[in-house]
Design a protein. Structure first.
Ligand code: KIV
Length: 267
């Protein structure tokens, strides 16, 4: 079984084949996603909200991310595993960015990292790429700076902001990023960035014209009940399945029906 690499991303962009990506945060889920043939697994800092119960991604630490990135990497044989660099693990200076990116590769076994933002973050991307670590950029709605953006809002609706996103995309490509995530931007802007970029775009709430798509696993399987973003499609309702199993287990114990002889040892 051939491992997916950043070269496969470039090949798919060239051939027009769509790139598939999902998040994962633990070993069993990573195994299922990998076994299903998804190209890339992002250990997203969405971890903070959908798994750890924080109220935003800025609360996620390097320690949180390393713990989950290691578990995911252990469960994956084929997909490209990308670690999301958490808030303040790369923003302060290039040396810190390179050191923390290196930990995801050397200690956790990931193959690439993701950082959010354009502007000054372009230089962080360049420094990490120069150290030999593949980087995926992230533009549009960048949740780590959502306070600055005034909340979780679609980005690039006005021409000034759209122009900034197009310019940042070009600069991140020139800095050596192998792909770009575009989150919550209008379809027309994502189409323009995708057409202009030499590297693949992966959309999340950015329409169908991106070179690939990513969603949060808990959203698509229905295993996070607080909210479902409008752009996320729910393919199952795992919370209901878990709730029913837990309720049946409780009932069985209370009625004296578990454990029965099939689940007990004799002699
Ligand atoms: O943290 C995350 O899961 C993400 C994606 C959904 C793009 O950044």
């Amino acid at each position: 079984m051939e491992k997916v690499t950043v070269l496969d991303f470039a090949r798919k962009k060239a051939s027009g084949e769509k790139i598939t990506m999902l998040t994962a945060y633990d070993f069993p889920t990573a195994r299922i996603i990998d076994g299903s043939g998804i190209d890339a697994i992002l250990v997203g800092d969405s971890l903070g909200m959908v798994v750890l119960g924080y109220d935003s991604t800025v609360r996620v630490s390097m320690r949180d991310m390393m713990h989950h990135a290691k578990a995911v990497a252990r469960g994956v044989k084929r997909a490209l595993v990308i670690a999301d660099m958490p808030f303040m693990s790369y923003q302060t200076d290039p040396a810190t960015a390179v050191r923390n990116a290196g930990r995801f590769v050397r200690e956790a076994g990931c193959s690439a990292v993701k950082i959010e933002g354009g502007g000054e973050m372009v230089e962080r991307a360049r420094a990490i790429v120069s150290a030999g670590i593949p980087v995926i950029g992230h533009l549009g709605l960048t949740p780590q700076s959502c306070s600055k953006m005034g909340g979780y809002k679609v980005q690039g609706r006005d021409s000034r902001k759209a122009g900034e996103i197009i310019a940042d995309a070009r600069r991140l490509e020139e800095a050596g990023c192998f792909a770009l995530i575009l989150e919550c931007v209008p379809v027309s802007l994502a189409r323009e960035v995708t057409a202009k970029a030499g590297i693949p775009t992966i959309g999340i709430g950015a329409g169908a014209d991106c070179d690939g798509q990513v969603l949060v696993i808990n959203d698509i399987i229905g295993y996070f009940e607080d909210f479902l973003p409008r752009f996320a499609k729910q393919y199952a309702r795992v919370s209901d399945v878990v709730r029913k199993a837990v309720q049946d287990f409780k009932k069985d114990i209370e009625r004296g029906e578990f454990p029965d002889k099939d689940h007990s040892f004799t002699g």
